[in-house]
Design a protein around this ligand. Structure first.
Ligand code: BG6
Length: 451
């Protein structure tokens, strides 16, 4: 089914996700050449007039103004409904026209209840269900949610949203790896010492305790986003980048991915204490509003994974993400092995070569050892650097384009969502048993001492 979506129904219309990410993403799509008209129906528990809702949409659209966006905002409508109630859901469906996408901008537990309610009411033909991350709360719940969805619609009508798959820098891995002879043959165990995928943020909790305190850095970032980046970094070349081939290649490499739990060094976790970042003074995470300190939620997580296949056996993949750090470092860093033999007579710094694909800012850097100035036998280090092009759409806009065009390529396939939970499950289990200490770092620092 590839027909375009005519109505986008946003469940959780009054929520933070809708205002902060979804509507601005839609605005960027509508302002681009790929934008086409779509009716927007906001649905929420709270009463709201159509006028108040269109005002909200227009405000969120302001960052990417366009004539089409203004029309879509002005014509959008709001419906008060409890989407965990089948009768209310039927009212929602009755208020739509044409093929619809139902976007669950809801907390995971409510999304599960809404899916269960959908089984008790007829669903419109061709409906596409868009679910935000986290998809489930662990492997078992992700499996159950997948089974519930299977009863509702075929897999190609399920869109598991992960905005990292819409980031142009992440998608750029495809062009970089598979449209150049220089990189692809290099990316394998004989040449690569280690791969680090890092997403360190200066942002702290930012008032999201209700969600984040139950998730933590491992689930918020590594379980979803960074494992998908790992899949694109390490997968075998797909024959095409259509939904079947691309997601098949991603699933295959994830199936071979495991934490090195038995070695005892596979993971580290830490939580920030009070500190300053630029001119912002931050309280300790444990003292942030809404945080339950006893929950021991980590704000910095690191996991070392191995990919047990011919290409990558023995190469550590280190995934790390943290909040309230002094420097925002968001990159894929491939460290190459030293040359097998440096001709005797050449001197100077050699150091490991690194290929750094930075997600923010969008740059590509490659360290090289070259002949230095003067003495031709004296080596020196240099760096090739290039800016990467920005996509036309922001990450949410890109993902929404796929959703509205009925193309599931950038949606997380059901088995991939389960693999991502399977990979982190042993780490989560060891943390729950307190087998890995919860370390601390001052907000604004570069992490715990010794990391
Ligand atoms: C979200 C996480 O999915 O991704 C946030 O919940 C994180 O904690 C964000 O800050 C990072 O993505 P971006 O694209 O906003 O930098």
């Amino acid at each position: 089914m590839t027909d375009r979506i005519e109505t986008l129904v946003i469940l959780g219309a009054g929520g933070d996700l809708t205002a902060r990410l979804l509507l601005p993403g839609l605005a960027s799509l509508l302002a681009s050449p790929r934008g086409t008209e779509v009716a927007v129906l906001g649905v929420g528990m709270d009463p709201m007039t159509d006028a108040a809702w269109t005002e909200r949409v227009a405000t969120a659209f302001a960052a990417s103004p366009s004539t089409l966006g203004a029309k879509v905002a002005a014509e959008s409508r709001y419906l008060q409904a409890d989407v965990t109630n089948p009768d209310d859901l039927a009212r929602v469906f009755a208020a739509t026209t044409g093929r619809i996408a139902l976007y669950f901008a809801l907390p995971p537990a409510v999304a599960v209840l809404a899916c269960a309610a959908m089984r008790k009411t007829p669903v419109p033909k061709g409906i596409v269900l868009a679910l935000e991350k986290p998809f489930g709360t662990d492997l078992a719940s992700a499996r159950t949610l997948n089974r519930t969805l299977q009863h509702l619609v075929p897999e190609e009508q399920v869109f598991r949203v992960d905005h990292f798959l819409g980031k142009s820098t992440v998608l750029n891995l495809l062009g970089l790896r598979f449209a150049n002879r220089i990189f692809e043959p290099l990316l394998s165990a004989p040449n690569v010492e280690k791969v680090e995928i890092v997403f360190d943020e200066q942002l702290a909790l930012e008032g999201r305790a209700g969600y984040y305190d139950k998730a933590g850095a491992l689930i918020d970032m590594i379980q979803s986003h960074l494992l998908l980046v790992l899949a694109l970094t390490a997968m075998e070349p797909p024959a095409s980048v259509d939904a079947e081939d691309l997601r098949g290649a991603m699933a295959q490499v994830l199936r071979a991915t495991h934490p090195k739990v038995r070695s005892g060094t596979s993971s580290r976790r830490a939580r920030y204490t009070a500190g300053t970042i630029g001119d912002r003074s931050l309280p300790a995470y444990s003292r942030e509003a809404g945080v339950d300190a006893a929950r021991q939620t980590e704000t910095l997580a690191e996991v070392t994974l191995s990919i047990d296949n011919w290409r990558w056996a023995g190469v550590p993949f280190i995934l790390r993400s943290g909040k309230a750090l002094g420097e925002a470092r968001q990159e894929i860093n491939v460290t190459l092995r030293e040359v097998p033999h440096l001709p005797i007579g050449l001197h100077g710094p050699t150091g490991p070569s690194q290929l750094r694909i930075s997600m923010k800012p969008a740059t590509l850097e490659l360290d090289l050892t070259i002949n230095g100035e003067g003495d031709p036998f004296q080596l020196d280090r240099t760096m090739l650097r290039s800016e990467l092009m920005d996509g036309e759409l922001n990450a949410y806009g890109e993902v929404l384009a796929g959703l509205l065009e009925g193309d599931p390529t950038l949606s997380v396939r059901g088995d991939i969502a389960e693999e991502c939970w399977r990979i982190v499950a042993p780490v989560l289990a060891s943390w729950r048993k307190d087998a890995v200490p919860l370390e601390t770092y001052a907000a604004g620092s570069d992490g715990p001492r010794g990391w």
